[in-house]
Ligand binder design. Structure first.
Ligand code: MF3
Ligand code: CO
Ligand code: CO
Length: 267
């Protein structure tokens, strides 16, 4: 399938969906504390999306080929969980890290964003992994511009992660997004400069590196969704939905509570 180019009207709808997804993270942030369960976080977000925003939680019953329908409205990936952690009875505790991944549908368009939260006093390693992963996402974002090869994004992310002693998960990647949750292209978080399709203004896709403190290998749990590191090392992730422009990029998943870009970004 070809990579869709969004019209100005579609881009405006993507901006709305992106802001709303980010606002779910703003809403839930004060609740992300030791003692709460991931299931309680899911319920709070679900009710906020459906009752307050009038958005549709895209993960709920999402069933891409080969998967059972996803049973919850958000993903909550704790510590060695890489992505697609299914909310449940697990209580967050002091020292944990947790990624909350939100995808909403508004007016037919998707906004997809995630942040990793530190619970109470965390280890230096947990803080460093979370920070480097955030920087990996932004190093990828910084490469986005019409005329650039898609592969430049992954190459830059892989270099930064590995230079810092971490590994990049291979099996999951960023993705085109719009009327569909997952569209072409696949946005790898590793690879080679000068490879892949050339970016054009009006493309929209996510950049969402999953970075492991240990080895890159992963496995899926018996619930059919939750992905963990094989070696049980910590894993962090951040995600934004991005619009390609002639001069660079526009981050669509922004809201009042979005963390500021790292100091090395001057956009
Ligand atoms: N939000 C995830 C992504 O960034 C996808 C989650 S699929 C789900 O692509 F079914 F697990 F919710
Ligand atoms: Co995504
Ligand atoms: Co996501």
């Amino acid at each position: 399938m070809a990579i869709s180019i969004k019209t100005p009207e579609e881009i405006e709808k993507m901006r709305v969906a992106g802001r709303l997804a980010s606002e779910v993270l703003d809403f839930i942030t004060p609740h992300v504390k030791a003692g709460i369960t991931t299931g309680e976080l899911d319920k709070l977000c679900h009710d906020y999306m459906v009752d307050v925003q009038k958005t549709i939680p895209a993960p709920l019953n999402y069933a891409p080929g080969g998967h059972i329908p996803y049973p919850k409205s958000i993903c909550t990936s704790v510590n060695h969980q890489v992505c697609h952690g299914v909310p449940g009875d697990k209580k967050l505790k002091n020292g944990d890290i947790v990624n909350l991944d939100i995808t909403v549908i508004k007016d037919g368009f998707h906004g997809d964003t995630s942040r990793t939260f530190l619970i109470g006093e965390t280890s230096l390693q947990a803080k460093r992994l979370t920070q480097i992963t955030y920087e990996c996402m932004w190093i990828g974002i910084q490469k986005v511009k019409a005329g650039t090869h898609l592969g430049n994004i992954g190459a830059a992310i892989q270099k930064y992660a590995e230079d810092n002693g971490y590994s990049v998960v291979r099996e999951f990647c960023g993705h085109g997004i719009g009327r569909e949750f997952h569209e072409d292209p696949q946005v790898l978080h590793y690879g080679k400069t000068g490879t892949g399709p050339v970016l054009e203004a009006g493309m929209t896709f996510t950049i969402e590196p999953m970075i492991n403190a240990g080895k890159k290998d992963i496995r899926q749990l018996g619930d059919g969704w939750t992905i963990v590191t094989k070696d049980h090392s910590l894993s962090a992730q951040w995600e934004h939905t991005i619009l390609v422009t002639e001069t660079g990029y526009e981050v669509l998943t922004v809201s009042a509570g979005s963390p500021p870009p790292p100091a090395f970004i001057n956009a």
